[in-house]
Design a protein around this ligand. Structure first.
Ligand SMILES: [Zn+2]
Length: 72
């Protein structure tokens, strides 16, 4: 796949990141499609960014301390 290279930015694969894997993606200049080097994820820059927003939901409360639980 000689036409694939790194994009201007190195995006992390949102699909792999959901599984706590930090994987770079290849960029196809001709189609503008990013593709993961490990899984089957492929998508446009907008789709990659939207995927990264989803991952942020998982880690959104990372710095928040939970000290009140409603179920007790
Ligand atoms: Zn991936």
């Amino acid at each position: 796949m000689a036409q694939l290279g790194k994009g201007k930015l190195n995006y992390r694969c949102p699909s792999c990141f959901m599984r706590d894997l930090d994987i770079d993606m290849f960029y196809n200049k001709d189609t503008g499609i990013y593709s993961c080097i490990r899984c089957q994820f492929r998508g446009t820059e907008a789709e990659v960014l939207a995927g990264n927003e989803d991952v942020r939901k998982k880690y959104g409360a990372m710095y928040r301390r939970f000290d009140k639980f409603d179920f007790d």
